[in-house]
Design a protein around this ligand. Structure first.
Ligand SMILES: NC(=O)c1ccc[n+]([C@@H]2O[C@H](COP(=O)([O-])OP(=O)(O)OC[C@H]3O[C@@H](n4cnc5c(N)ncnc54)[C@H](O)[C@@H]3O)[C@@H](O)[C@H]2O)c1
Length: 288
């Protein structure tokens, strides 16, 4: 199958990532059939996409008419059978292997033999997921970054079972929807998180060892390395519990001490200090 043969793409999941992927695919001219579990979820996604497009119009990068046409190319449903004619399927449902397994079983029952599945998982092995579907050769990882309309990178990750043609189609798809793709092996964290996670863990260790305060560690990385956010601020933003979970995945796979989650993270979770969403993490947000 060639990229030109694809006019409609499917999007399973309309959360933060799904809404973003649906938006960039529609901006590239694809019709996008989005499926999520309830109308309440997709109406939130619809609003997010509309607001994001309005910002693009305000910047002068899109006309009002183009915005309307882009929105009109996106349709929403709870019914997986609306995906039966789709030949390229993005997946961004919850990061839970059982949820993904159930979804792919439903997709296998309705999608055609040549449909490509591109998962956006951050932490589940692509090879493990490919083993769940009828046609593993058509399965590939396409890891986007949040917020999708802004972040330029996509990591394309072939599973052991992925056909070369599937990988190439994913690379072409990434380019068509305005992204720069890199290719990498199916290992925890791919490239970006493989480098970024140990950096975050080391920042927690510096704090644990009393080398510097949280504020000073963050200031050091913002002013010394031009990072937009310090590592501990980032951890609060993304969720201390998520950081702990990801660190454990790395450690389980690599069995290297440097990936082991610091004790401070475990204790913070026990105390309920999981970051901004809880009002407290490395910083106190109770005033906000
Ligand atoms: N948030 C990030 O920064 C980020 C970055 C890269 C990759 N990812 C990956 O993207 C995926 C989605 O993450 P997210 O942050 O968008 O999550 P999210 O919780 O915002 O959205 C997930 C969506 O999936 C929907 N969903 C659950 N079960 C479903 C089903 N059976 N059918 C259809 N929809 C279903 C939920 O209703 C929800 O709207 C995960 O695999 C995650 O690892 C997330």
């Amino acid at each position: 199958m060639k990229l030109d043969d694809i006019t409609t793409v499917g999007m399973a999941g309309a959360g933060s990532m799904g809404a973003g992927i649906a938006q960039v695919a529609a901006m590239a001219g694809f019709r996008v059939n989005v499926v999520d579990v309830s109308e309440a979820v997709w109406s939130r996604a619809e609003k997010t996409i509309a607001k994001s497009l309005e910002r693009i119009v305000k910047k002068g990068a899109m006309t009002e008419q183009e915005m309307k046409e882009t929105l009109a190319r996106i349709s929403f449903s709870t019914d997986v059978s609306t995906l039966q004619d789709v030949r390229f399927m993005f997946e961004a449902v919850f990061e839970d292997i059982n949820v993904k397994k159930e979804l792919f079983a439903k997709l296998d029952a309705v999608c055609g033999d040549d449909t490509i599945y591109a998962t956006n998982t951050s932490s589940i092995a692509i090879t493990e997921m490919a083993a769940l579907v009828k046609r593993p050769a058509n399965f590939v990882g396409m890891h986007f970054f949040n917020p999708v309309p802004v972040m330029k990178l996509v990591e394309v990750i072939p599973a052991l079972q992925t056909a070369e043609a599937t990988k190439n189609l994913a690379l072409e798809m990434a380019q068509k929807i305005g992204k720069t793709a890199i290719t990498c092996k199916d290992t925890p964290g791919f490239v970006v998180n493989r480098l970024f996670v140990p950096y975050i863990i080391d920042a927690v260790r510096l704090l644990e060892e009393g080398v510097a305060s949280a504020e000073d560690i963050d200031t050091a990385m913002k002013l010394g390395c031009n990072m937009p956010m310090g590592p501990l601020e980032f951890q609060d933003f993304a969720g201390v519990d998520i950081g702990y979970h990801v660190s454990n995945i790395f450690y389980d796979y690599m069995k290297e001490e440097r990936y082991a989650p610091p004790g401070l993270l475990r204790n913070m979770i026990k105390a309920g200090y999981v970051g901004r969403k809880a009002g407290k993490g490395f910083y106190d947000y109770s005033e906000n």
